[in-house]
Design a protein around this ligand. Sequence first.
Ligand code: SAM
Length: 275
Amino acid sequence: MKQYDIKMKKSLGQNFLVEPQILQRLVEVAEIDSETTVIEIGPGIGALTEFLALSAKKVLAFEIDQRFVNILQDTLSPYENVEVIHRDILKVDFSQSDYAYLHQSKRLVVVANLPYYITTPIIMHLLASQLSFDSLVMMMQKEVAERMTAQVGTKAYNSLTVAIQLQMKAELAFIVPPTVFMPRPNVDSAVLKLTSLENPSHNFKNSRSFQQFVQACFKQRRKTLWNNLKVYYPNQEATYLESCFAKADISPSRRAETLNLDEFIKLFNILSERN
Ligand code: SAM
């Protein structure tokens, strides 16, 4: 950074990993081998990218900050299997023909030390991309990783947990202290590993409206499902809503945090028959 006379931008979540052991562990958790194509988000000055390039078939890295793209052209010049693209990852459309080869890759994984200010939008963007990821291994704020891996009935369980676990198996791989970053963030971090589910349990057409339904169930966390859903379906009579709860065999006096994924899906499907 000194050599290139660059200062980090806090607004872009620029906290760089400076501990090689952590970089190596990320590569191991993602099980990268010579048949693996890796998408990296936010390579920065390329410390993680270099570790990835040593094991992977190809690394495709998206960096929003032009200053780093210039540096990466130098630092990664020895690696022919790395492509750096100057772009905001949230604006990347993976259905474009430029990325067609990603759909064909034998193993496709995401590895990233994410910019924390947009962790959830990035994950939702990737999961909506129609790419068949084998896994996503991502450093994030520990609290967010805990929410994504939360069990039913816990404080951390919320609509984000349901959105993630609907599509992926979520595991907390390891916890990381602030000391391995430069500059040090004010929070603990954790590496989350999401793995594709072999048999996703959902069988509904509109996953977007399912997400909205789950968010509505959690809208006022301390309120019952009945109170939250009465507001979400203002035009439905109480007797109809009651009959849907009965058909789903779910008590309307329960709170959203007590429902497992299958119960959310069952209730949503029954309520969607008429809406
Ligand atoms: N990979 C490096 C490392 O581990 O040391 C840097 C990680 S740093 C936490 C996050 C990186 O993401 C920064 O390089 C930042 O410029 C980049 N970034 C922030 N927002 C981005 C976005 N929307 N799209 C792509 N990259 C982004």
